[in-house]
Design a protein around this ligand. Sequence first.
Ligand SMILES: Cc1ncc(COP(=O)(O)O)c(C=O)c1O
Length: 626
Amino acid sequence: MTINYYWLRPFLRLRAIALALRVGLAFAPLIYYWLRPIGLAFAPLIYYWLRPIGLAFAPLIPFRKLYARFLLSRAKHKSLQGHPHIALWIARWVPAYSYSEAEFFSSDSAPPGIENKRREGFERLANLFRQRFPKTIALSAALETGISDLAFVNAHRVPFQYRQYVQDHLKIGSIVDETDGPRVRDMDGNWSYDLGGSYGVNLFGSDFYKRCIDRGVERARKLGLVLGPYHPVIADNVARLKQISGCEEVSFHMSGTEAVMQAVRLAQYHTKRSHVVRFSGAYHGWWDGVQAGIGNPRPARDVYTLKEMHPDTLRVLRTRDDIACVLVNPVQAMNPNGVPASDSALIASDRTANFDRSLYTRWLQDLRDVCTARSIVLIFDEVFLGFRLARGGAQEYFGVKADMVTYGKSLGGGLPVGAVCGKSALMRRYDDSRPMDICFARGTFNSHPYVMATMNEFLRHLDEPDVLAGYEQLDVLWNSRACDLNQRLERLELPVRVANMTSVWTTLYTQPSCYNWMFQYYLRTEGLTMSWIGTGRFIFSHDLKNSDFNEIANRFVAAARAMKADGRWWKNATLTNKAIKRRIMKELFSAALGRAPSDRTTGPAEAIPAPCDTSSRHETGPSESW
Ligand SMILES: Cc1ncc(COP(=O)(O)O)c(C=O)c1O
């Protein structure tokens, strides 16, 4: 006999709905927390959509896991940096639009008088650039269609709304053919101070790297290109790196990105855990495994992007069992949880930076303690800062020992390199008891004899008495230089300041403006050359003489004065950073809806006629060294 339970169905359905409602409510705070960055406005709607998913799975998730997920959500920074998946999603949604010529000069609704000043100033800059850099600009433009990197950096120097007009009228070149101390010469014979620092490689001055390469090539020439067997100079490099890092083993790679890849892979291999913790905004090279969010089309798996300098993160490290390693990029101490500042995002004046050595030391100590207690591998990624803060790098400067350290950039003495130093137990790539279980890492050009020889020149230089003495004075020297410049800027009522972590500087702006990104062009007219992220980062070499620094400071002040005179820092009570951002949001929504507010063009800007030739007008006089 079969029993028919159909009559029970309505009761079961009712019970299911009641249970679903109860669990749904339990999920509410969590879902609210996840949705916070998207904006509270949408939260109730999205919560309503997501509820059924949560309801279906809720009974299957044990409470402990739920709690761990909750802690993880809390440890994410509230900005988009802390939510790489959402950032990626938003980046795909943000529509392109360009300002018309009129908006280009008055996107902050400045009155006609100010707009005219800006227009005249812009034309003056454009003419100056055309006259001063014709060959450099022409060669760069010709290369732009052939070198994809050049096209990318040229497209990302300024906020995208202003990009088209700048590209049409204020072209700059990126070709140089000679250095002389801290200065670099372009194709038109103009000498300028190089504040780009070769992405951080240039620590001891361009002449030093010329010497390293010359001597290194000389020492390795007899062997030439033989890969596989090592040049004997490698032994001294290993000994020196072991001593500097306090680690037991070293492996060589061809770039910083590869060094980070190897360190993370080893940590995962030895801990048998899957996840890497990196901090919001920190850069560790462009490998998928550590680059989450905008820039990486593949959603990064196995990566937790957490808040730096925050107890919520320590709580996650204390409670989760799937974390293999924590990656620290010490340059983030300048601006924890923020991306490396770039002028392409400088749409308002709310860029912040403030390096507090003792606070960051305490943070690293806390990280060290929790990593030790939980057997998590603590990796210092010193590719950028290594040897800049101290001979023993960030480990020595902050007095905290890592389990693994990655180096690169300057270590190669001017040639490309990456290196990992670590404890023997972590560096081992095979397991004696399981012969098939290996951690693979190769690289055709790693330990290249020429690189090993130039590296040796670099490492031996670190032990020279004047270099060691220089490290002692580092903070005092660079902090006082930054402080003097700031005092001068304040006295002159110029709304620009600098913040620094020894010889790595960034500019800050004290007055709301949507034109701060133009400062990079004023600096160029004064003979100061930056990397493509503009005033976001100045990297000085440690051999910079006081006389050169004073000249750079004079030019910096002159550039700020010219920019102020051109009406770029127009003051108005309604012009706040918030108001600027609100306007941008409105424009984005309009563009997404296909509407063009006022005479704004969506998509690429229409061709705009070149400004008239005003070469007879006043020019910011080139300094003597041009
Ligand atoms: C901290 C850090 N890690 C890794 C890298 C990647 O190094 P590379 O560009 O040599 O691959 C960089 C590069 O800027 C870096 O700053």
